[in-house]
Design a protein around this ligand. Sequence first.
Ligand code: ADP
Ligand code: MG
Length: 317
Amino acid sequence: MDEFAIINRYFTGLGPQLPEVLEAQGDDCALLQIKHGELLALSVDTSVANRHFPLQADPWAIGWRCLAIALSDLAAMAARPLGFTLAITLPDADEAWLTEFSRGLRALADEAACPLIGGDTTRGPLSMSVQVHGAVKSQHHWRRSGARAGDKIVLLGPLGLASLGLKSMLDNPAKALNRKDWNRAETAYMLPRPLVIEALRLAQGVSISAAIDVSDGLLADLQHLLASSAVAAEIDLKRLPIQPELIEALGAEAALKASLQGGDDYALLMTLAEKDFELARSLCPDLVSIGRCVAGAGIRTLEGKVLDPQGFNHFLN
Ligand code: ADP
Ligand code: MG
């Protein structure tokens, strides 16, 4: 199969037809119509085999995952998906692999209403770069920089589970082969759910002062938001939603550490005025409050212990 047969068979007509997409594949560029009063949000993420996912992993899940991690960045800006491009490098034209990969990609493209509108197909070690394009209303786009002292810090989505899933696949590589065998942790790592719909619902109903998606660990990404906003955070560790699987597998202390530092969660971390919290919870009942912004810099617990995003080990000693 040549490049064009692959594109036609696996990467054409993938995802819904949106009115904003005037031209998808087939010309030299895709053409998108942005409405007046909207901004175009762009983000690209590269996934490399054996770096971001196991080479042998279930191809359906690889397809889902490479789009999911890119869509999570649209969620973090409350952007409505318009379409994505896929630059894929394939070792060979393995039809069984491509069939499953494009099915996984299609499942999320349909669920998130984000069509595939173009890309590039080359031969080499397996990797894929997904660029997502979204539209945000100019009057309520989210940024990392809007948090103010006194704002609540809220979280949506599970923490730490993905790092447990990654560990389990590194310990037992055969685990990655079939998604039907995965427990909640392995599923969290390979099949993250980008919180696009939840973000759009929140953006429409309530004023979010700042937001970021948690991909590198809660403390690391919270620190990015705090630095952009020039505020500090006080975290109530008792309110952190620690997943029961983590405590069972790791014990209480390491479960807390995985929740604070584990990567690949793709949860949403946001700040908002205290008075808006109940309204936000009525829109997203799973939203939890984990602390508040205060004047200064850095992250502390309610008891005043410093939580260093890099050197969190020290905190446990
Ligand atoms: P060009 O030479 O203009 O860059 P290509 O020959 O690389 O175009 O690709 C032909 C068409 O197929 C283009 O519209 C391109 O966007 C699309 N395309 C190529 N690879 C992919 C892919 N992996 N997924 C979706 N569309 C693709
Ligand atoms: Mg090309």
